[in-house]
Design a protein around this ligand. Structure first.
Ligand SMILES: [Zn+2]
Length: 269
């Protein structure tokens, strides 16, 4: 199995704890993601996860970890820096979790470079809601503009701003993790169907909530979009694998979500 959303030095755990956790669940490999924001100090939630620490962990466990470099596109020489990491064996871009519009021109420039490098782009989206300061990579309409402008780039969406769009009534809800029945006409199912370059990371509370709030809808959603869904956790939890196991998926679908699709997105894996 491949977990497409992991970190080191996150929520108090170190690389060896991550590897032990992967062993306990039978996870062979994980995409190891950084979090770099040059304006991070403006975000009360920011926790710097350096690209260097990802590199160090990868050097320790090269057969288990697939390194991602989330170079902030607003940095000087951002493109050159990403190319340098590519030469050191990095395979993807992310986690990008920034307080910018997702189709910010500097970010689009990086996504295009990722298309050239064969790097999937993992983006965290957080909605702008009353009382919430944690918006990132706004918003779902911007995501569609990126998908159009960067057809050669694989975008992997994650986070509450992404998953709440599973439901047609997302605009009427003020909750980051909306509960209850999913109404038809959600932007996320439409985008997954229309754009070959969009994938969905089921990790964290956001993915879990979206796939458990309306079990009947979940069955239909997976039947339609299983080729675009990627198993991930974003922490030392077994919740996501338990969810997938409890859905009694056909073997082909289970294999696709838990490793085959993720492997197909990484060059030389
Ligand atoms: Zn994360």
């Amino acid at each position: 199995m491949i977990d497409v959303h992991q970190h080191t030095n996150w929520q108090g755990h170190k690389t060896k704890d991550l590897i032990a956790h992967m062993d306990s669940l039978g996870v062979d490999k994980a995409w190891l993601l950084s979090w770099e924001a040059i304006d991070g100090g403006l975000d009360p939630n920011y926790h710097h996860l350096s690209i260097n620490s990802v590199y160090k962990a990868y050097k320790e466990y090269p057969d288990r970890l697939i390194p991602f470099a989330g170079v902030d596109p607003r940095r000087e020489r951002a493109e050159e820096i990403l190319k340098e990491w590519a030469e050191k064996g990095f395979k993807g871009y992310g986690e990008q979790k920034l307080r910018i519009c997702i189709d910010n021109p500097d970010a689009v420039r990086m996504y295009r470079l990722c298309g050239e490098l064969g790097f999937p782009v993992l983006v965290h989206m957080g909605a702008d809601l009353p009382g919430l300061r944690f918006w990132y990579n706004m918003d779902v309409d911007g995501l569609e503009r990126v998908l159009k402008r960067c057809p050669e780039t694989i975008l992997v969406g994650h986070g509450p701003g992404f998953w709440r769009e599973i439901s047609g009534d997302a605009d009427e809800s003020t909750r980051n993790y909306p509960k209850g029945p999913i109404t038809p006409g959600g932007k996320l199912p439409r985008l997954l169907g229309e754009y070959q370059n969009l994938y969905a990371d089921i990790s964290a509370g956001s993915g879990l909530n979206a796939l458990t709030r309306d079990p009947e809808f979940t069955d239909k959603f997976i039947a339609e979009h299983w080729r675009k869904l990627l198993y991930g956790t974003d922490g030392l939890t077994s919740d996501h694998i338990e969810l997938l196991k409890n859905l009694s998926l056909e073997e082909e679908i289970f294999q696709a979500i838990t490793h085959k699709t993720a492997a197909s997105l990484i060059k030389d894996e």
